[in-house]
Design a protein around this ligand. Sequence first.
Ligand SMILES: CC(C)(COP(=O)(O)OP(=O)(O)OC[C@H]1O[C@@H](n2cnc3c(N)ncnc32)[C@H](O)[C@@H]1OP(=O)(O)O)[C@@H](O)C(=O)NCCC(=O)NCCS
Length: 142
Amino acid sequence: MPFEIRSYQEPDISSVVDIWERCGLVVPQNDPHKDIELKAHFQPELFLIAQLDWQIVGTVMAGYEGHRGWLNYLAVDPEYQRKGYGRLLVEAAENRMKELGCPKVNLQIRGQDKQALAFYRAIGYVTEDRIGMGKRMEQPEE
Ligand SMILES: CC(C)(COP(=O)(O)OP(=O)(O)OC[C@H]1O[C@@H](n2cnc3c(N)ncnc32)[C@H](O)[C@@H]1OP(=O)(O)O)[C@@H](O)C(=O)NCCC(=O)NCCS
């Protein structure tokens, strides 16, 4: 099996969380297992896995809420970065959301993550004059 981008399947979970951890995407306020469980019930087909031979090399969790498409958890295994997989993952997510009628994709970058900024700029994204805001809808677990 060469390279493919496919939807997430349950047996992928440990490899996916491992890549997220090694890419610095796991932060105390987000439980990756819980995030995956939630996604399994909402547009699971937009949670994409890049697989090279039998190895998972990247992920992107996309979603379209009827107005904008969103990208989260974009990660490429550090050993496979700068080989074009990140670009392919984003293109695959964009294409799947375009098929659903999505006219625009948004995403958030933490702080001043210059590498993520450089990557997204290189693949055609532009910074927009917005302030990102958020509100937790649940209490943190004890
Ligand atoms: C961001 C990330 C997904 C990019 O994946 P990737 O497979 O390495 O990216 P690509 O090889 O498709 O890069 C496409 C282009 O983006 C630009 N780019 C990618 N990474 C870059 C970096 N670290 N610095 C500067 N430019 C970069 C380059 O122009 C690159 O083309 P080139 O390699 O021909 O010069 C990967 O670095 C990663 O997983 N980072 C950690 C997690 C992360 O930051 N996720 C995004 C959260 S918002």
